[in-house]
Design a protein around this ligand. Structure first.
Ligand SMILES: [Zn+2]
Length: 260
């Protein structure tokens, strides 16, 4: 994405100027290349992590030094491999990549790192990576967030689907993609709800229980998606993006305050 905060569009001197300013923040979006059913492209998580990162950074770029790196497109997705289209790496590979990217930014002078993750399968790893880097670099503010978790505080005002409708490729992600990349969304995707045997299982991206379990994805879904994309709309996507921007604006501001 080309935005005023895009690391990829800067020269080395421009990046150095941002990095060495007081309280500088490097945002690293983290996605995946993972099948999302018949109606969404495999880079959905990468596109969305990148887009929300820029959306948040653009709101504060006039107030303090911040850049967004190109998104890490490799994720941890072994449970999607059998359906095709997915590229996965090992958990430790991803830990190494995220650590080395953050340490590169730290070496250039950034005072804070924020991973913005867009893939559920990466979430616990991103949290642990924050601890690994933070322990080694106590002088740097190291943080991470899985962006769709930020929607829990406002999503009930937007969603029409019941619990489970905003899972993998459901009402939530499809709405965001219709808002950002409508040309990449195929029409007429049916609702497919997860039949989770556990009352405490995680049924939804945004809400749901805390119990983890493992099954290959074809056990969950015929299409490869879970949730209700038929309820998605570009208008909902715009509203969700705007509210996520509010949350990230607050987070980036507070990270800067801690880092300076
Ligand atoms: Zn996704």
């Amino acid at each position: 994405m080309l935005s005023p905060a895009a690391w990829a569009t800067k020269t080395r001197l421009e990046i150095s100027e941002v990095a060495t300013a007081d309280g500088s923040v490097a945002v690293i979006p983290v996605g995946s290349i993972e099948q999302h059913g018949h109606h969404l492209p495999v880079a959905t998580d990468t596109f969305l992590a990148d887009a929300v990162s820029h959306h948040g950074a653009e709101r504060v770029i006039d107030d303090f030094p911040i850049l967004v790196t190109p998104p890490v497109w490799t994720g941890y997705s072994p449970h999607h491999m059998s359906l095709g289209g997915t590229l996965t790496v090992e958990l430790t590979d991803l830990l190494d990549v995220l650590t080395h990217l953050a340490e590169s930014a730290i070496e250039h002078g950034f005072d804070a790192i924020c991973f913005v993750n867009g893939h559920g399968g990466n979430a616990s790893l991103v949290d642990n990576t924050v601890s690994v880097i933070g322990k080694e670099h106590s002088e740097v503010e190291v943080t991470g967030v899985t962006y769709f978790s930020l929607a829990a505080s406002f999503i009930d005002n937007i969603r029409e689907s019941e619990l489970g409708g905003m899972a993998h490729g459901g009402e939530f992600e499809t709405s965001l993609m219709l808002h950002l990349y409508p040309e990449l969304v195929k029409e007429d995707a049916p609702a497919e709800y997860l039949e989770d045997p556990y009352d405490h299982g995680g049924k939804d991206l945004v809400e749901g229980g805390p119990l983890s379990s493992y099954r290959p994805f074809e056990d969950f879904s015929d299409s490869g998606a879970i949730g209700d994309p038929s309820l998605a709309s570009a208008e909902k996507g715009e509203e969700i993006m705007s509210r996520l921007g509010d949350e990230l604006e607050t987070i980036f501001q507070q990270i800067h305050d801690e880092a300076k």
